[in-house]
Design a protein around this ligand. Structure first.
Ligand code: GDP
Ligand code: IMO
Ligand code: MG
Length: 440
C-alpha cells in the first residue's frame, strides 16, 4: 500500500491544495475527511487558477476519483455551486469522479446564521470564524441531531430529523428574538436539491475498502492546519474538527493501517487568519511585505492573513502531534528579498525558557519568541525546480529548518504553479517503504 495523508502543519493555508494537486498525478483517489467549505485551496495550472472549498484538490485531474468522507460537514447548496463554478472552468464533475459519503453531516442555513449571530455578539472576543456554519454543524453532529446526506432519500425521515433539530434551534432562536424556522419550508428546499446531491451519495467506507483491495493509491487531503485542531490547536481559537492525520481514518471510515505516510505541508514563514495567539506575528513593514509578496488573502473570506516569521517550535510540535513523516516546504520564494530572516527556536514565558507552546491560551498569548537570525539570499528562487540551483543561503535556511523541526523536507515549492516544485524524496516512495510498518 502507498497511501498518504496530507495535513497542514501550521494554521492553515500552507499550500495544501497545490501539493495535493501535484501529488494526485500519482494517486488514484483523493479523499477529503474533515472540515467543510471553510477550507480554500488554490491551484494554479498553466496560468489558470482554480479555487476549491469542498471538492478534493484531485478533482481537476481527469481519471481520478474524488471522495468527500463522512467527517466533512457539507453545505449542499455550496457544493452544488462549487460544482457549477468549476464546470465553467472546464472541469467535469459527475458520478464517475465524485463520491459523497451518505453519512456526511449537512450544514443547514440555521448553522450559518448561528455562526454569524455568535461572532457578532462576541465583539472583540470573537473567534474570527469563516462564518460558514462549521462550528454549529459539528455541534449538532455531536449532539446527535444532524441531518445527514442519506436523510435526503426519504421525506418521512427528513420530517423527523427536521423536527428534532428545529426543536433545539428554534428554542435558542426564540430566546435570541430571531425568526423561527418552519419545517415545511426547509423540507421543500431540501427536497428540491435532494436528487442533485444523492446522485453522488455512496457508502464511502465500502468504496475505500474496495479501492484498498484493488491496491489503488489513496491520497487523503486534510483541510485547515494542526494548530486549528479542536483538541491540539490554540483552543478556543480553532476550528471544530480534528485536523491531525488520525482524523483521516475516522473521517472516511477506514482503519489507521490504511495510512502509510503523513506529509506535513509547511510554509517557509507563518500565517494565520482569524483571531488567536500568534507568537511570531509581525505587525511591521516586514509582515506587510510577506502578505503582499505571498498574496496572503483568505480564499474563502478575502480577509488579510496575519504574517510572521517561521516558528520552528510550533512546527516541531505539530510534527509530533500529527505523526508527520515528511515535510513539503512551500512559498520559499516569498522570502527572496529579505536582508535578514528570523526563525523562532524557543520561547520565554515569565522569565523561563520553554521549548514548546504551552496549552493555556493565556500563556500562549504571553510567550516571547527567541530567534535565530539568517542572512537573506536576496536573489530569486521563483520557479526553481532543483535543489542545486537554490542560492547557498537558501540551502542553509532549508537545511537548518529541517534539522530543527526533526522531519525530512521532501519537496520545496517555489511558486503557485503546479510544477514549480523541487522534489527531494517522492512521498509515495516513502509511503511504500513504510507500508506494513503497523505489523512490525
Ligand atoms: P491551502 O489552504 O493550504 O490549500 O492554501 P491556500 O491555497 O489557501 O493558500 C496558499 C496560497 O499560496 C495559494 O494562493 C497558492 O497558489 C499559493 N502558493 C502555494 N505554493 C506557493 C509557493 O511555493 N510560492 C508562492 N509564491 N505561492 C504559493
Ligand atoms: P484551509 O483548508 C485558514 C480558521 C478561521 C478561524 C477558525 C475557525 O484553506 O487551510 P471556522 O469557520 O472553521 O469555524 O473558523 O479557523 N480557518 C482557517 N484558517 N485556513 C483554513 O482552511 C481555515 N479554515 C478555518 O479563520 O480562525
Ligand atoms: Mg486555504
Amino acid at each position: 500500500m502507498k497511501n498518504i495523508v496530507v495535513v497542514g502543519s501550521q494554521w492553515g493555508d500552507e499550500g495544501k491544495g497545490k501539493i495535493v494537486d501535484w501529488l494526485s498525478d500519482q494517486a488514484d483517489v483523493v479523499v477529503r475527511f474533515q472540515g467543510g467549505h471553510n477550507a480554500g485551496h488554490t491551484l494554479v495550472i498553466d496560468g489558470k487558477t482554480y479555487k476549491l472549498k469542498l471538492l478534493p484538490s484531485g478533482i481537476v485531474r481527469p481519471n481520478k476519483v474524488s471522495i468527500i468522507g463522512n467527517g466533512v460537514v457539507v453545505d449542499p447548496w455550496a457544493l452544488l455551486d462549487e460544482i457549477k463554478q468549476i464546470g465553467k472552468q472546464g472541469v467535469r464533475v459527475d458520478e464517475s469522479n465524485l463520491i459523497l459519503s451518505e453519512a456526511a453531516t449537512l450544514i443547514m442555513p440555521f448553522h450559518k446564521e448561528m455562526d454569524e449571530i455568535r461572532e457578532d455578539a462576541a465583539g472583540k472576543g470573537k473567534i474570527g470564524t469563516t462564518r460558514r456554519g462549521i462550528g454549529p454543524a459539528y455541534e449538532d453532529k455531536a449532539g446527535r441531531r444532524s441531518i445527514r446526506v442519506m436523510d435526503l432519500r426519504s421525506e418521512t425521515n427528513l420530517d423527523s430529523r427536521l423536527e428534532n433539530v428545529l426543536q433545539h434551534h428554534n428554542a435558542i432562536r426564540k430566546g435570541l428574538g430571531k425568526k423561527i424556522y418552519k419545517k415545511t419550508e426547509l423540507k421543500k428546499q431540501l427536497l428540491e436539491i435532494a436528487p442533485k446531491i444523492l446522485r453522488f451519495a455512496r457508502p464511502v467506507w465500502k468504496k475505500i475498502s474496495e479501492y484498498k483491495d484493488k491496491k489503488a493509491k489513496i491520497l487523503f487531503e486534510g483541510a485547515q492546519g494542526i494548530l486549528l485542531d479542536v483538541d491540539h490547536g490554540t483552543y478556543p481559537y480553532v476550528t471544530s474538527s480534528n485536523t491531525v492525520a488520525g482524523a483521516a481514518a475516522i473521517g472516511s471510515g477506514c482503519g489507521p493501517d490504511t495510512i502509510n505516510y503523513v506529509l506535513g505541508i509547511t510554509k517557509a514563514y507563518t500565517t494565520r487568519v482569524g483571531e488567536g495567539p500568534f507568537p511570531t506575528e509581525l505587525t511591521d513593514k516586514i509582515g506587510k511585505m510577506l502578505g503582499t509578496r505571498g498574496k496572503e488573502f483568505g480564499t474563502v473570506t478575502s480577509r488579510e492573513r496575519r504574517c510572521g516569521w517561521f516558528d520552528g517550535v510550533l512546527v516541531r510540535q505539530t510534527i509530533k502531534m500529527s505523526g508527520i513523516n515528511g515535510i513539503a516546504l512551500t512559498k520559499l520564494d516569498v522570502l527572496d528579498e529579505l536582508d535578514e530572516i528570523k526563525v523562532c527556536i524557543g520561547y520565554e514565558l515569565e522569565g523561563e525558557n520553554i521549548d514548546y507552546l504551552p496549552a493555556a491560551v493565556e500563556d500562549q498569548l504571553k510567550v516571547k519568541p527567541i530567534y535565530k537570525n539568517y542572512e537573506g539570499w536576496k536573489s530569486s528562487t521563483k520557479g526553481i525546480r532543483n535543489f542545486d540551483s537554490l542560492p547557498d543561503k537558501a540551502k542553509v535556511y532549508v537545511t537548518e529548518l529541517e534539522d530543527f523541526i526533526g522531519a525530512k523536507i521532501c519537496s520545496i515549492s517555489t511558486s503557485p504553479e503546479r510544477d514549480d516544485t523541487i522534489l527531494i524524496e517522492n512521498p509515495f516512495d516513502n509511503a511504500e517503504k513504510r507500508s506494513g510498518h503497523w505489523n512490525i
